[in-house]
Design a binder for this molecule. Sequence first.
Ligand code: ARG
Length: 720
Amino acid sequence: MKKLLIITIALLSLSVARADEGMWLLSKIKQLNIDKMQEMGFKLTAEDIYDVNKPGIKDAIVGLGNAGRPFRHFCSGEIISPNGLLLTNHHCGFGAIQSHSSVEHDYLADGFWAYKMEDELTNPGVTASILERMEDVTERVNALLNDNMSEMDRNIVIDSISAVIVKEATQGTQLSGQVQEMFEGNQFFLFLYTIYKDVRLVGAPPQSMGKFGGDTDNWMWPRHTADFSMFRIYTAPDGSPAEYSKDNIPLKPKHYLPVSAKGIKDGDFAMIMGFPGTTDRYTTSYGLENTMDVTNDIRYKVRTVKLEVMREGMEKDQKTRIQYASKYASCANYWKYSFEQNKALKQLNTMGNKQAIEKRFTEWVNADPARKATYGNVLNDIQKGYADMRNYAVATAYVQEALAGPEAHLFAYRAGRMIPDLCDKTVTPEEKAEIKEALKEMAKAFYKDFNTEVDAKLFAKLFKVYNDKVDADLHPDIIDFINKKFKGDYDKFANQLKTSSIFMNEEAFMAFLEKPDCKKLEKDLAYRAGKSFYEMWIKLSAYTGEMQEKITKGDRLFVRGLMEMEPEKAWAPNANSTIRLTYGKVGSYKPRDAVFYDYYTTLAGVIEKEGPKGGEFEVPARLKELYAQKDFAPYGNEYLSVNFITDNDITGGNSGSGVINAEGHLIGTAFDGNSEAMSGDIDFEENLQRCINLDTRYFLWIVDKYAGAKNLINEMTIIK
Ligand code: ARG
């Protein structure tokens, strides 16, 4: 009987395929994951993925960043040719594609293809990181820390030892290094990257394909989007990273991924490597409450207003539509996320799950006096931290979303700090000329995507939202000023701002630079608003410093306690923009009662969804023609697969990540998650969470048949 029971349980656990939570650290795969991965069908070894002594799959995985903050990877990508050709998402390349677009060359609307390397477009400021190696430096850092330190002292120690560790590792090399904390500050890892600085745009489909379905389909399955764009990494002639130069050559990667045209089936092994941004899996019920009632709720409500204003402006003319395309898309992305996440968190009773964990933790703590001494106050401290912070957290969220909604005042404050020098008698004419040049450059970049009417409207609407929603004692000066001087008429304020400020249009600003009257600055409404915004921001961080520290320390101890409570469990750290691997498989799912979602979609579905021209579901004429011809070979037969889903554990930042099969070939590019499991960043949803991927066959077919870019097809290794 007993034996039978054991067999039944074993069978059960086989059939209820357990999805694997975890964005794993590459250097721990051999120890924690490889056995399980091979059991699930992976045919290669841990060393094929990551090895300090030889190239591996990790050498083909790229983190996309910005020159100012290269470690804050906003997206991922993978190298798919011996010439540094890089595949990522359309929404990852969106900013670059937008920046090259104008009414004359609208690459967003029409797509862009470089049929020779000379035609590829440079993108100053975009960086591409490839991991050289990583190392666990926990012992070295923790040796200098203890529980009685203030958080500020602790941070100073961490920063200094990290600087030493990075210096030792990078001295005399071309590498860039970063020490990142894991598990809420309980562990520390050193990451060493080569960061390339010449990344050129190679190809992108029209946004009617690359963003097919728009905001309606965003975060949803079933999906039919060609969410890809292509770039190429260039290096100095000796292969080292270098800023753009016409003498640069295409990167010779240590590894590139062969692209599979063989297709996938339900249950196939799939792993994804990339740079997930942020998850919060170990947050407490108190942190969760803050996320739901403060962060998500406020973000959703304020952005609803903001999006409406932008949409109105974009509908008026093509220039504004291009100018605001990227801003609109990124605002809308997390607008919808916030809404869907709150819905899923309620639906799936994530609060209940958090409370259950806290109950178990408390029982474990109370069972032992030593534990009680260390962890006895942790949950209370966190609770108190959030309770004390509540009003300030609300104000902070409104500062971020509403006060920072319009833009002219932020530019005004940045520029305004340099302007007084232009009138200062002690500054030499040469220095003045230099400052003027710098300001002109800043202005050119800023006003390129700025519309006076849209911004003035944002001031009127969003500053009023702040006034209406935030306690009067947390109002910045500018809000009090508007209430007094304009009797709370925010439209009137915006009108006055629009007509009087030198920052509300490029001509006025440039004219000011030619004949600067610095006395005007302090009175300028945009400058005043900007200054007041920053002052409020600083005040709020000062007010909440102590509460923040309580929460940070509490979270760290909570996670340490949880890990002590279950020492046998393989723990995965939260995402933090460092390179990770997640494994799982291709698979259908049931989103709700009586509904079944298949694991792939086809081109027929694109045609089924077709909507009016200019709308979210427009299908380009050329795509319809090609569909009618059914010329899918060698990427399909009767049908062409478009998107598919896997149960991999990914999040924002993973966008563009390579989906890799058991043989190490690229089968897809990850680009989204499903709304039903939008709570997944806080609590992984075992049976519901899906990762939405572009099928490489649709990608290849578009490059080959739609764009006719044989040059690109020829440089890839395509597995047929
Ligand atoms: N939700 C996706 C992500 O955050 C972005 C999808 C972009 N597409 C769109 N229709 N907005 O990675």
